[in-house]
Design a binder for this molecule. Structure first.
Ligand code: UDX
Length: 445
């Protein structure tokens, strides 16, 4: 009989993970309680922008390996594993992850589960959450036969299918005491991940707490790397170095690695800002010190806040009544996600300073309207955005911006000023066209 699992939550992580498990040959029941979202999904329409996901979901609606439900009780029958992939947004006020939806899902499972199953946390949750879930399940239904596991997800938006089907590693936390480990959970999860095991992906079993911490540890380490490289880039500007040469030199040391060394306007997205904050709170509560992560988060917040100042300075000290063209609004390319994007504080501040903003993002113009001041004018391409502008600011490195021609900019713009926060262009080519060009951590001509 086909292996069946349930995925509670049809959001980003739930949907991508479910589609990948379906591709691995499993039958996946997805529970989505938001009726609008559920109806959209049932028709094979994907409410998020993720390259390749729509085809995969539509394909497995046809193979019937993906099925959508609105109630947990209808979806968990005959499932060997039930993944909890509901949202854990930062709680208002204190920065802790809000576990309301996770706990609700656990209660519902406790009420309706009939057979043995492994209850697996996929959402990023504070250390101790999987044990808390086990406690909820035991308290609410003392007869329940279950295991708990923690299986954090490392998906990057825009690359999620690749990350899911060819991950660097799979981390699985299971209950362990000093005599024994949960063999049943290990057996079920090994079977679910068999296709990855065959392609020699390291599948690491560990205790629950280590798995939960490993997720924060990875994301915070990457965030730390970015804040560090951003500070080095600023240092290059002040000392005359070139960050590209510095990162190439540093990255070739295999202990450091060449990835994640691209300076920018400050990291954004749904994970790094949330996870750094959550780890800081977790540490504060336990009395441990996470000064490195605190500095990382502070440096990033300050960076995003002062990027508008760089634009204003480069425009001669004021943007009042100036038309500023913005290319890219999302926190990174290949996503329509605007969460914690550097574009938000930058554009708000420029408008406060009297700037007229024309903006273009290849996929997020509509989403941006909900988040940015109504004065922003949205454009449909590079030419209409930059035409008659007093300055151009590059905020996201979308591939379609790479072909931008300095010669055309010179013709279209009122003043040839380009401020490139993603280091997309050759400073010399800009200089040769008579464009005043600022990029991060690289010498100006
Ligand atoms: C991240 C992690 O990479 C993923 O493993 C985790 O599970 C979820 O969080 P994501 O938020 O989708 O994924 O984006 P990522 O590609 O990691 O970029 C995060 C931010 O860092 C973006 O704002 C991006 O612009 C910035 N970044 C990334 C840089 O500024 N420079 C880099 O070299 C890399």
């Amino acid at each position: 009989m086909a292996v069946r699992i349930a995925m509670i939550g049809g959001g980003y992580v739930g949907l991508v993970s479910a589609a990948c498990f379906a591709e691995f040959g499993l039958h996946v029941n997805i529970v989505e309680t938001n009726t609008n979202r559920l109806n959209t999904l049932k028709q094979g329409q994907i409410p998020i922008y993720e390259p390749g996901l729509d085809d995969l979901v539509q394909n497995h609606l046809k193979t019937k390996r993906l099925q959508f439900f609105d109630k947990i009780e209808e979806a968990i029958n005959e499932c060997e594993a039930i993944f909890i992939a509901v949202g854990t947004p930062p709680r208002n006020g204190d920065g802790h992850a809000d576990l309301t939806y996770v706990h609700k899902a656990a209660s519902q499972i406790a009420k309706h589960l009939k057979q043995y199953a492994v209850i697996v946390t996929k959402s990023t949750v504070p250390i101790g959450t999987s044990r808390r879930i086990a406690q909820i399940l035991r308290e609410e239904n003392p007869d329940l036969d279950f295991s708990v596991a923690s299986n954090p997800e490392f998906l990057r938006e825009g690359e999620a299918l690749k990350d899911c089907m060819k991950p660097d590693r799979v981390i699985i936390g299971i209950e362990k005491d000093k005599y024994n480990q949960d063999q049943r959970a290990q057996e079920v999860l090994s079977r679910l991940y068999q296709p990855l095991f065959q392609q020699k992906t390291p599948i690491l079993f560990m205790d629950l707490e280590s798995a939960e911490l490993a997720k924060y540890a990875s994301n915070c380490f990457l965030a730390m790397k970015l804040s560090y490289v951003n500070e080095l880039a600023d240092l290059c500007e002040l000392t005359g170095g070139n960050i590209e040469d510095v990162t190439k030199a540093v990255g070739l040391d295999h202990r450091i690695g060449k990835h994640f060394l691209q300076p920018g306007p400050g990291f954004g997205g749904s994970c790094f800002p949330k996870d750094t904050l959550a780890l800081i709170r977790i540490a504060q509560e336990t009395g441990a010190s996470t000064r490195m992560v605190e500095a990382t988060a502070q440096a990033n917040d300050a960076r995003k806040a002062n990027m508008s100042g760089r634009i204003i300075n480069f425009c001669g000290g004021s943007v009042y009544n100036k038309t500023i063209a913005i290319l890219g609004l999302t926190f990174k390319p290949n996503t329509d996600d605007m969460r914690q994007s550097a574009s938000l504080p930058i554009i708000h501040r420029l408008i406060e300073g009297g700037a007229l903003i024309k903006a273009f993002d290849p996929v997020a113009n509509e989403k941006a309207k909900e988040l940015l001041p109504k004065e922003v004018r949205y454009c449909k391409d590079i030419q209409s955005t930059t035409s008659e502008a007093d300055a151009l600011v590059i905020l996201t490195e979308w591939n379609e911006f790479r072909s931008l021609s300095p010669a055309n900019l010179k013709i279209w713009m009122k003043r040839p000023i380009v401020i490139d926060f993603r280091n997309m262009y050759d400073p010399k080519a800009m200089f040769n066209q008579g464009i005043q060009y600022y990029s991060i951590g690289r010498p100006q001509f």
